[in-house]
Design a protein around this ligand. Structure first.
Ligand SMILES: Nc1ncnc2c1ncn2[C@@H]1O[C@H](COP(=O)(O)OP(=O)(O)OP(=O)(O)O)[C@@H](O)[C@H]1O
Ligand SMILES: [Mg+2]
Length: 245
């Protein structure tokens, strides 16, 4: 199987501090890849470098077989339209209601008529179980509802690949399990490829096909969920035994 994303020798720095060095990763289509690692190890930095929100100091990122690191803006835009991103903090605009928050990517990337936009937004809100929240402001939603609203926005253009940075952090176990069901549904019914950063052990067991563990700026382990149990890496063993690093 060909990877849908291939990261080769990626190095990420902030000023003179190296956060990630020589990262090699392959993400396979229609799978859920979980990125795991201690707080501050560079998971969010990795996602932002892959999406070119930050420019890598070195290395290449191929998406759909094309190197995006040297791509012109227009071609990059075409590729990035096939990608959704759920940011770690949700990043909803507080002054806009949920309908208008979800409308933003449609305004930016399409010229669709209002009635089509309305139908798309309703469908996505239904998918995340927020059909009655269109007129609500982010401040009027619970933490779990905010996450689901941000997820609806990340999915509004029906991306082939969806990145989620800690989607279930801070959610109660039931809400978190429901969110996992939704992510599995996206994979199975919509054939989406998902890349998910999470620390939630229960969630990892429910959704992960493939695990990538970041440690000291490198890939410490990459393999199937079943193989992770056989790893000799003490941090990984510890994490899978206790759910904590
Ligand atoms: N914009 C930035 N400017 C400077 N340093 C940054 C910036 N963003 C992140 N860093 C640093 O890069 C390192 C990795 O941060 P990152 O947010 O990628 O970690 P993380 O693995 O996502 O952590 P967490 O699990 O807490 O979300 C940290 O040392 C952080 O201080
Ligand atoms: Mg992070």
């Amino acid at each position: 199987m060909e990877p849908i994303i291939k990261v080769s020798n990626l190095t990420a720095k902030f000023d003179s501090t190296t956060i990630l060095s020589n990262i090699n990763i392959e993400i396979f289509p229609k799978q859920i890849t979980v990125i795991l690692g201690k707080s501050g190890c560079g998971k969010t930095t990795l996602l932002k470098n892959i999406l070119k929100l930050y420019t890598p100091s070195a290395g290449t990122v191929e998406m759909f077989g094309q190197d995006i690191t040297k791509m012109d803006e227009e071609s990059l835009e075409t590729i990035l339209q096939k990608i959704g991103m759920l940011f770690q903090n949700g990043a909803l605009l507080n002054s806009l209601d949920i309908y208008n928050n979800i409308r933003i990517p449609l305004e930016q990337h399409t010229n669709l008529p209002d009635e089509v936009i309305d139908r798309m937004i309703s469908a996505k809100l239904k998918l995340v179980g927020l059909e009655n929240a269109e007129k609500m402001l982010p401040s009027e939603l619970s933490g779990g509802m905010k996450k689901r609203a941000a997820l609806a926005r990340a999915m509004i253009l029906d991306p082939n690949i969806l990145f989620c940075d800690e989607p279930s952090a801070g959610l109660d176990p039931v809400t978190s399990a429901n969110l996992d069901k939704l992510l599995l549904k996206l994979k199975k019914q919509l054939n989406m490829t998902l890349v998910i950063v999470t620390h939630e052990l229960a969630s990892i067991h429910r959704i992960a096909d493939h695990i990538i563990f970041l440690e000291n700026g490198k890939v410490g382990f990459s393999g199937k969920l079943a193989a992770v149990m056989q790893s000799n890496n003490s941090d990984i063993k510890n994490f899978f035994a206790s759910g904590k690093f």
